[in-house]
Design a protein around this ligand. Structure first.
Ligand SMILES: Cc1cc2nc3c(=O)[nH]c(=O)nc-3n(C[C@H](O)[C@H](O)[C@H](O)COP(=O)(O)OP(=O)(O)OC[C@H]3O[C@@H](n4cnc5c(N)ncnc54)[C@H](O)[C@@H]3O)c2cc1C
Length: 566
């Protein structure tokens, strides 16, 4: 029987002689958001880098921006998440190995981060703009894949704590700061580059580390720099293949901080045994684990009984990175949402031109710009810790910002997903990953309430921190009547300390907003600052994104944030 002949104009196969059942042409879909420069396409980031003192890094940041937007690098992020780490307790002969196997794409992302100094640059090349430059790079890198940034952060953050014990620092610091990432599971004595993790959290203790039950027994002499054996457990240990960990344990003189390598100096495995991996809802490219310490050899850092003040130096830096990471999650969500709406039409025009979508998109952009402005201001404070105002500001602005920015991210991720519609829910785009990642920063490194209580603690211990905070905020006084009223009311409310713990979230929310508004008014784009004041300092009763008042220049705000690709 002869095949049916195509009618004129009908699609055929490439021999042109057979009818094909072509159903439709794919139209009205955006191109993939890839092969773009994450720096050059981000006006708010460029402005922040200039403003906060890292202008000299511009060309370096452009190069890094191109790398972070490369399709092949973006693909690594997907592969690392589609291939979760696996865990083996023993090898096939029955030897205990405690080995977590990560996908090669995870290691490739780690290598990129290390080669670009995301774990080291402010320590190896300190000075004007050092933290700001690193923060800008981390902001871009984390948009590709956030989970592997956890060990990058911990390695970076460990330095101030390790430096508290100079003889240990001399053994470890140069290898912690080295840029040649080395994932081999071999004794650290065979490595010129190492990674560092942290192990504080226990089952019964959690945030209240004073309740930790892991014990530290002196091997010989006790005290700073001396060897101890640790016996106990840890309920959360992320990146358990790190070469060493900062661990909190109870020494005879109280809770102390220890540096615990995964291998002993004689090349045998330290008895630090991984029980199982956590079954996480987000951050899945990285492994987190439960661990038992069965006499693991470790060296005390800092004074005996001063474990919290010692490790808090590390924790402060990890909290700062949570701010960068959550701001970055918002930026990637905004980039995806604005890009999609620019290319997608519905009911006769592009989504990005439709008034209601403009209200939602502009509102999402505002949240991201405010988060970035705040984060980069703290980065500048970290660059200038020798100035008293900057030291006091960083002390208070870190818990306030960690609380606020991380907590604003989950709803932002969800709203951005909704801008993309049904395709935004699908696992082959980045939105579900951004959404699953979004609560993690808020919970680890001290959850929301813990940050609010830390804010109160800082003010109680050093009231000058609050003065510095208000001094900084007041720089924008007179620029906007709504801001002046908001600031005055907040200052007034601090005069009343009754019920202060109960009211802490309210106070910290308003502190964060005050500093964000102040920064936007002083430095930001006028349309952004106006709209932020109108929507964050005054209420029109609306509760969701998309409640910007009439008269907002939404198109201008969106334009700043929309990547031009395709
Ligand atoms: C993915 C992931 C990875 C992690 N990796 C690590 C790691 O590598 N190393 C490590 O040490 N830990 C790690 N953690 C643990 C993390 O830091 C803790 O989960 C977190 O600090 C909260 O402690 P918790 O879970 O014990 O909760 P809890 O301490 O029981 O707190 C529960 C809730 O109570 C609130 N709360 C606590 N105290 C007060 C109070 N006084 N007043 C009011 N509210 C309060 C907290 O804010 C929180 O909302 C990780 C956690 C996650 C989710």
């Amino acid at each position: 029987m002869n095949a049916p002949q195509p009618k004129p104009g009908m699609p055929t196969d490439n021999q042109g002689d057979r009818y094909l059942a072509a159903t439709h042409e794919v139209v009205n879909q955006p191109p993939a958001l890839e092969n773009y420069n994450l720096y050059e396409q981000d006006i708010a980031l460029q402005e922040a880098v200039q403003r906060e003192g890292a202008g000299k890094a511009e060309s370096d940041l452009k190069t890094f921006g191109a790398l972070a937007g490369d399709a092949a690098i973006i693909d690594l992020g997907f592969r690392a998440n589609n291939n979760k780490p696996t865990f083996n307790t023993h090898d096939r002969f029955g030897h205990r190995i405690d080995e977590v196997d990560f996908h090669p794409s995870y290691h490739e992302l780690m290598r990129l981060a290390f080669e670009n100094g995301l774990h080291s640059s402010p320590w190896t090349d300190p000075g004007k703009g050092a933290h700001v430059t690193r923060a800008a790079k981390y902001y871009m890198h984390s948009q590709v894949e956030a989970a592997h940034c956890c060990p990058v952060t911990m390695t970076f953050a460990a330095i101030p704590s390790i430096r508290k014990q100079p003889e240990l620092a001399s053994l470890w610091e140069s290898r912690v700061l080295a840029n040649n990432y080395d994932p081999r599971n071999v004794p650290d004595s065979q490595k010129s580059s190492v990674t560092i993790g942290m192990a504080m959290t226990e089952k019964q203790g959690g945030s209240d580390v004073r309740a930790n039950s892991t014990l530290a027994y002196p091997v010989g002499t006790n005290g700073p720099g001396q060897a101890y054996e640790l016996v106990g457990h840890k309920w959360f240990v992320s990146a358990p293949m790190c070469d060493a960990f900062l661990v909190l344990a109870q020494a005879p003189g109280g809770l102390s901080c220890f540096l615990m390598p995964r291998w002993r100096p004689d090349g045998t495995k330290n008895p630090w045994q991984i029980q199982r991996l956590k079954n996480k809802m987000g951050n899945v490219a990285n492994a987190s684990s439960e661990v038992e310490l069965r006499g693991a050899l470790a060296w005390m850092i800092g004074e005996e009984g001063r474990g919290v003040p010692t490790i808090i130096e590390m924790v402060a830096m990890t909290r700062f990175d949570c701010m960068i990471g959550s701001s970055a999650g918002m930026r990637q969500a905004v980039a995806q949402a604005t890009h999609h709406c620019r290319h997608r039409s519905a009911f006769g025009s592009q989504l990005i031109d439709q008034p209601l979508m403009q209200n939602v998109l502009a509102d999402l952009v505002l949240e991201n710009e405010a988060a970035l402005a705040y984060t980069m201001r703290v980065a500048r404070a970290l660059d200038n810790q020798n100035q008293e105002h900057e030291r006091l500001l960083a002390r208070l602005a870190t818990p306030v910002g960690k609380y606020w920015i991380c907590k604003r991210t989950p709803n932002h991720a969800y709203e951005s997903m909704e801008c993309i519609g049904g395709s935004g829910v699908m696992e082959d785009c980045i939105m579900p990953r951004l959404f699953r990642e979004s609560p993690v920063n808020a919970i680890w490194e001290g959850s929301g309430n813990v940050q609010c209580l830390d804010t109160l603690r800082a003010i109680h211990k050093e009231p000058e921190t609050l003065d510095a905070f208000f001094r900084e905020a007041a720089e924008a006084k007179g620029a906007d009547r709504r801001f002046d009223q908001f600031l005055a009311q907040l200052q007034n409310d601090f005069a009343d300390i009754s019920d202060v713990q109960y009211r802490a979230r309210n106070l910290v929310d308003r502190m964060a907003l005050t500093l964000q508004v102040s920064l936007l008014l002083r430095n930001g784009d006028k349309a952004v600052a106006d709209a932020f004041c109108a929507s964050r300092l005054q209420s029109n009763g609306g509760m969701n994104y998309g409640n910007l008042p009439s008269g907002t220049d939404a198109a201008a705000i969106i334009k700043r944030a929309t990547p031009v690709v395709g």
